[in-house]
Design a protein around this ligand. Sequence first.
Ligand code: UDX
Ligand code: ADP
Length: 467
Amino acid sequence: MNITKICCIGAGYVGGPTMAVIAQKCPHIQVTVVDMNVERIQAWNDADVHNIPIYEPGLAAVVAEARGRNLFFSTDVDQAIEEADAIFISVNTPTKTYGKGKNMAADLKYIELCARQIARVAKNDKIVIEKSTLPVRTAEAIKSILDSTGNGVQFQILSNPEFLAEGTAVTDLLQPDRILIGGETSEAGEKAIAALVAVYANWVPQDKILTTNVWSSELSKLTANAFLAQRISSINALSELCEKTGADVTEVSRAIGMDSRIGAKFLKASVGFGGSCFQKDILNLVYIAKSYGLTEVADYWEQVIIMNDHQKRRFANKIVQTLYNTVAGKKIAFLGWAFKKDTNDTRESAAIYVADDLINEQAELAVYDPKVSETKVLQDLNYLQSRTADENQAAISYFDSAYQACQGAHAVAILTEWDEFTDYDWQKIYDGMQKPAFLFDGRNILNAAAMEAIGFVYSGIGVVSSE
Ligand code: UDX
Ligand code: ADP
């Protein structure tokens, strides 16, 4: 079995960058990325490669190299499925907002639609690869749909979870810690696994390509994200204790991170983790554990989410309390809206929830983010359904420059750790603000002593503020 044509359903944050890198590294394979969202595909095909719909450092160059050669973006899903030997499913799997498993289980309707479409269109044997993060045993559901609605065509289902982090997607794809491929333990399953291994082996060393059974692969992805998120909630829990005791969470992180058993990464205290994966995957894990009656297991992991929600709320409360218990009618500048730096993705961003709390307190928010548009900011707030769209619009003003956003503000809150924020002329920002000028650093990216020397009342995460 030799893969020469790949189709990827879903041209989003996972499908787009992953396929661009596969196409770049495998010029002999034709890669077609399809999506039912016409505008998204148009943007991927934009003559100016800088207008592609996803911002990721280095991605435009990879797309420029491969697009039109062996990388194609199309809305013709049926044709791409029919031609392909291997089909990646990279559609979104949001948390269910209705019915059984509401706010917990993954909504698999998009996956199921894909499976049915593949079954309808396929005329020859194919490998179907789960790329989206999915609950354990989804492969089984896909297989059952394919086998019972297909027209005698043989399908092999593989699980090949994505471990890229947004903002570093291209380097993560080019130099992955590992590639994980799960498949059926049968002769046909092993052949399909070998075919996919051969694709990655074009640039990934063999010893980094791990093969397992399907369930281990699916569960490993949820577990990896749960462990990473757990580290953040753990250090965030300690950040609150640090603020009470006079310890400095950055020093604690450094001290524990030097223990090689703990390791230094993912110990940055923050306003709370966001992104499309962590919360969704943990909720998924919790839901699966509950469905097997494993209450203690479910409660253990749920606490990671509870702690994260607390951290976001605590940040908003701290702003209100510090501003003399009222922010009504006060201008608060928000620097950053994305869930982390170097991405234009805002899914589950802490900024959305902090903003929502502050708008409830009648604050007037002035938002600036280098890569997120005003439309997106308003969409994110409207999605919460806390108030009408008009009320959100009235509470938010959007600026193309951080200096303008901060002009006349009572407080500045840093929500995303964009590099440019550390390079600003903070004296100039201070001069333009109401006094006392409050600065809430939700990412601990500024130097507290330098900010206090300018005159700011500075408050970081996990450090005792000067107040
Ligand atoms: C994550 C996983 O890292 C990746 O392997 C998986 O494929 C998808 O989910 P992503 O959500 O894109 O990737 O970004 P990540 O770098 O993990 O950051 C997630 C959130 O945690 C961000 O909001 C980030 O700001 C926050 N974070 C991260 C912290 O608050 N502190 C840290 O020390 C690290
Ligand atoms: P992710 O971060 O998982 O990549 P995104 O939401 O960025 O999630 O991307 C998923 C993409 O999948 C969206 O652009 C959506 O339009 C597309 N999609 C969902 N279902 C289908 C489908 N049945 N056929 C084609 N595209 C789909």
